[in-house]
Design a protein around this ligand. Structure first.
Ligand SMILES: Cc1cc2nc3c(=O)[nH]c(=O)nc-3n(C[C@H](O)[C@H](O)[C@H](O)COP(=O)(O)OP(=O)(O)OC[C@H]3O[C@@H](n4cnc5c(N)ncnc54)[C@H](O)[C@@H]3O)c2cc1C
Length: 464
């Protein structure tokens, strides 16, 4: 038996709006799918979940039509289930471990997670009890999935938690990067609200490294968790990358998602819509940028990627949806130069075809240019989505904080940096990764911050 198909907006219609594409399971579909679960004695799926959800337990509740209880089960270890149910790559995490997958389709764990979380959101979220106040104060830097998860877990343990966020809205990439049609902002806001209800204070418009520094915060707080992500865009390093009409995916998506540029002039951030849009990259970010450009009204949107489709890091589901929406794919191609007009606006891109050679240090097949295949592609917008690294602001304004490769902040297995009381997790440690890996790292750090604070308390009691 296969999983029920999830309803989706029709591609012809959806390219004209920013509404969510996937519409979720109905009650009947969710119950039918949950009843396929074998309730394994030794469930393998939990192994694939970085936040250790008791997957069979929440599925059982859905199968028995106890939807609220299913949501409560999820919330025991995951404060952001409606987000995870939408954007986690379950196909390579919990679902790949599902034994049903050996003969048939694995259980649709992500869709069921989304169903239970949405059921609760629609009826009003219940706030769980937190432990009695410990008197300890923890500062969390950044309100993306890592920051929100660590803050929620620490608040549940009874600590007083303040999140410092540089932007004017909380959520990190969930709010400024991932578009509305994949992750509605009302969902992010509702789950941020849940974290607030646990007692977490969120201070917006506060840039650590400018408004204040970690060393200053350490005078007031007993521990600090850095979850500042990897928001610094990488560029190709080719000629004319500074022309008008060339965006980093970060800027493009922030203008569209956070600043609602698609509703300019009602909102005051403009964006050039373009008719020939080129997006460079093969990850989720490239798919999101291309699909956003299409919704802004571009007729021709082309993704240029230097490897083949097989190597594309984006989720298959998102590649398929991009194709359905008429996005063209120009694979095994690399841009080499950008051309512009007399007003410094981009007009075209020079490219070269590539072939795949033996793997590089990342284990992926290395693309090599094929001489004689140079060609020009018209473009009035170019969006570069080839990755990001952490910003250097925090390490350069914090005394003796060690940095690693590409501006990352390394930690030990407990999530601690080289400095006592300072922990880190998420993209700032690993470089661009996934929502769920950031949350997993945050949970580990929260556990160890708690342990550190308890040890500190025991020591101070002994002194008395
Ligand atoms: C467009 C896009 C699409 C993606 N799609 C997916 C997907 O489908 N599935 C998936 O699993 N992952 C996806 N990812 C990756 C995922 O979003 C990230 O791995 C995840 O958000 C990392 O979480 P984080 O909390 O570490 O950092 P972030 O989400 O980046 O949050 C960091 C926060 O820290 C704040 N901050 C930074 N510096 C400071 C400072 N100095 N002071 C105060 N605050 C600061 C930032 O403003 C931000 O709010 C996507 C990423 C992008 C960009």
């Amino acid at each position: 038996m296969s999983r029920p198909l999830m309803l989706e907006q029709d591609p012809v219609e959806r390219v004209k709006n920013f509404d969510e594409v996937a519409l979720g399971y109905t009650r009947e579909q969710a119950v039918e799918e949950a009843r396929r679960c074998l309730q394994c004695k030794k469930p393998q799926c939990i192994r694939g979940c970085p936040v250790e959800i008791d997957i069979p337990a929440f599925i059982r509740e859905i199968a028995e039509e106890n939807f609220e209880a299913a949501a409560m089960e999820l919330k025991k270890t995951n404060s952001l289930p409606a987000i995870c149910g939408r954007v986690c790559p379950q196909e390579t995490q919990c679902e790949i471990e599902c034994v049903l997958g050996k003969k048939d389709e694995p259980l649709a764990i992500g869709r069921l997670e989304r169903f239970a979380a949405d059921f609760e959101l629609a009826r009003g979220v219940k706030t769980p009890k937190t432990a009695p106040p410990t008197g300890f104060k923890v500062a969390v830097l950044g309100s993306g999935p890592a920051g929100l998860t660590a803050a929620a877990d620490l608040a549940r343990m009874g600590h007083s938690v303040t999140i410092f966020e540089s932007l004017h809205e909380a959520g990190g990439v969930l709010i400024y990067g991932i578009p509305e049609f994949r992750l509605p902002k009302r969902i992010v806001k509702a789950e941020v609200e849940f974290v607030r209800k646990l007692g977490v204070e969120i201070k917006l418009d506060t840039v650590i490294g400018k408004t204040t520094t970690i060393d200053k915060l350490m005078e007031e707080y007993d521990a600090v968790f850095i979850a500042s992500g990897a928001g610094l865009p990488s560029f190709l390093g080719i000629e004319n990358e500074n022309l008008n009409g060339v965006y980093s995916a970060n800027e493009f998506l922030t203008r569209v998602n956070l600043m609602k540029a698609y509703r300019f002039p009602e909102y005051d951030t403009p964006i050039k819509k373009g008719s020939n849009v080129i997006v460079v990259g093969g990850g989720n970010v490239a798919m999101d940028a291309a699909r956003s450009a299409r919704r802004l009204g571009a007729e021709n949107v082309t993704i240029i990627y230097r490897r083949s489709e097989e190597e594309m890091p984006a989720r298959n589901e998102e590649i398929e949806r991009a194709k359905e929406e008429g996005i063209h794919f120009k694979l095994l191609t690399n841009p080499t130069r950008i051309n512009g007009d007399e007003n410094n606006w981009i007009t075209s891109i020079e490219c070269i075809n590539t072939k795949l050679c033996e793997p590089d240090e990342t284990g992926r097949l290395r693309p090599e240019p094929i001489p004689g295949t140079e060609h020009t592609t018209p473009a009035d917008i170019m969006i570069i989505a080839i990755g990001t690294t952490p910003n250097t602001l925090i390490p350069t304004t914090t005394k003796n904080l060690q940095t690693g490769k590409k501006n990352t902040i390394p930690t030990d297995t407990t999530g601690r940096t080289n400095r006592e009381k300072i922990y880190a997790g998420g993209d700032v440690v690993t470089g661009t990764a996934t929502v769920i890996s950031a949350m997993g790292a945050a949970k580990t750090a929260a556990k160890n911050i708690n342990q550190y604070l308890q040890t500190k308390q025991q020591k101070s009691h002994r002194k008395i």
